[in-house]
Design a protein around this ligand. Sequence first.
Ligand code: RM4
Ligand code: MN
Ligand code: MN
Length: 397
Amino acid sequence: MPSDEVRGRVFRALDAFVIEIPSWGFANTGTRFGKFQQAAAATNIAEKFADAGEINRLTGVTPTIALHVLWDLPNGLGDVAAIKKLESQTGVRAGSINPNLFQEADYKFGSLCNPSAEVREKAIAHMLDSVAIGNALGSAEVSVWLADGSNYPGTQSMRRRIGWLKEALQRTHAALAPQQTLLVEYKPFEPAFYHTDIADWGMALELSRSAGPQAKVLVDTGHHYLSTNIEQIVAWLLELNALGGFHFNDRKYADDDLTLGSIDPYQIFRIFHEIMAEQATHKGAKLPAFMIDQSHNLKGKMEAMVQTVSTAQELYAKASLVDHAQLTELQDGCKLVEAEELFRGAFWQDVRPLVREWREQKGLPPEPLAALRESGYVERITAERRAKNAGGVSSYA
Ligand code: RM4
Ligand code: MN
Ligand code: MN
């Protein structure tokens, strides 16, 4: 039986934990080699909201859905009214607004960093539209990921592109409302294979700082070279008050977008630990935005999302078990084995009974995956959407 102290600690952590789910996690996606259609995949924004609402009903911790402008609001501001209606129908709110600067033919050689001033202006206009959409929806983040880069040495000026990018982000920042944060995401490669304009956290940090105080860095766990110490990056960003949010997913090789914790749950635990250590020293500090960035092309989308959210809660609960005062004492005394045992001891605890208890206390299904199965939701959407999904691919690869 866990002590009241442990239960209290875990429950407080779970009370504070919410995670955003991505609209694209419900749509048909695939790989660059092929698309595998799922009969139950969402085919339009109403279905994405419905699915997100069901995930929130089952887990109680996903109140917002990330939107990709091109896929979810193809008419830009013109779609805001429809989104608001879906919000009230499903109880799920619009979350981060993600500009899409990587699909149109004009962006072949870049968007905000394109050598053509005309294309750059078009891309900036899209950024400003995204800010306006976010503002109209009362959403907290505009989250930018750029595919910009080049494939061959000497073919682009990396230096001049920095200048263009700074200017674009400054202009975007100038349009933000007070409640909006501009998140700058980085990724070392893909789709560009020689240089990527925002390749790592140093570049994202400098760009966000030069944009203004409402710009912060977004860490996507899949966007690092293998063996990078991501929790150290998180610690630095926390220290610099520059961490805006996360895109959680897991990977074995690159930007695989696999289910969170499926490959390396200890890494997510270590990241959560850094955040909790920060919370322990700065009581009441704002938590970064926890978001999921995954596309499930083999697993069922609803099941994968429930699995992901549950895993995130379990790892967050585990991280809350670390006694920070005790750990600091052991660290200061260089008691290596004792410190390590305390740390990994928390990771190895089975917190699932406590998470179940927490859910019951909130009137939520104790086993959301089982509740999803029992609800018949997946069977229903499979029947409803099968014909529509036989047609084609609704979303990105
Ligand atoms: C990128 C990046 C972005 C996401 C797109 C779909 O690799 O992770 O955050 O919006 O994929
Ligand atoms: Mn991402
Ligand atoms: Mn990615």
